[in-house]
Design a protein around this ligand. Sequence first.
Ligand code: DGY
Length: 332
Amino acid sequence: GQATPTKKYTAFLTRRLPEPAWKLLKSQNSNFNLIVRDSEEHIPYKELLESVVGIDVLLCLIPDQVDKKVIENAGPNLKMISTMSVGTDHIDLTTCKKYSIQVANAPGVLTDACADFTIGLLLSVSRRIVEGVARAQKGDWPPWHPLWMCGPSLNRSTVGIVGLGQIGQAVARRLIGFGVGRILYIANTPKPEFEKALGILEKTDLPTLLRNSDFILALCPLTSETRNLFDKNVFSQMKSTAIFINVSRGPVVNQDDLYEALVNKKILAAGIDVTTPEPLPPFHPLYQLDNCVITPHIASAEFESRNNLAILAVKNLLSGINEGVMQTPIDL
Ligand code: DGY
């Protein structure tokens, strides 16, 4: 009989990618059908639902909600999803597991960019940089005054890190350079080697971390365990002088409870790079607070890290198609 030619895979990209990733993809796409949504804009959900029908491989981004409906709409051909992100909370992993769909994220490439930004956001809040700029622009700038616009020191402070993954560890290393006294952390797996290397690091439980930390950094992934973790009860256990920084995902925080904690000075201030929803509408009450700095999910926004993120997402797609396994798959 006649040999049936192996079916060519069809890969769908939900948007155009940065140039270096695009070049890599174009140089190696001869053995599969490539469908790229030729746009710089985020794909609307309805279009995503329609576009995935029959595809074998999906390359998606953080704002693409790859839920059960999208996965089931793609149908039985769907074998692999490569996301141009570290986080995978926008993908229904339970459904992927059910249908044996491989999922790969892009770890490592954003670590330093995110860690630098975390320190930057922390200092913007503690040293009131954003508030200071706003006051200067408004003419609210009195002659030099001993305690005007002062904030707490990072030097010799206790920092609590919630989620000591790659980014958490990179932040901890940077904090050594700022002379912090102690770093407390909670994580699913202890990091004894890293503790030894840093000297001032100590694994603890959440109540102890909350009670003792001057700065509390959320650097954990969004999972069923961390969703809504930072709620009224958790904020009430923090010091009234505590500064809370969130560079993980918006939904790890109960935003109403955060607002309440900031307005009623249960904690000193917060810096958040992630919100619920994103974008956070400009009329949101959190923007009205002097003691809250909000940045638009830009912790990883360096040219190099974002290009590398796109390149790794493409490499995952290519190795998935060529070898059947993606380069950096996650455990489902
Ligand atoms: C990620 O990749 O998960 C980050 O949120 C991107 O900034």
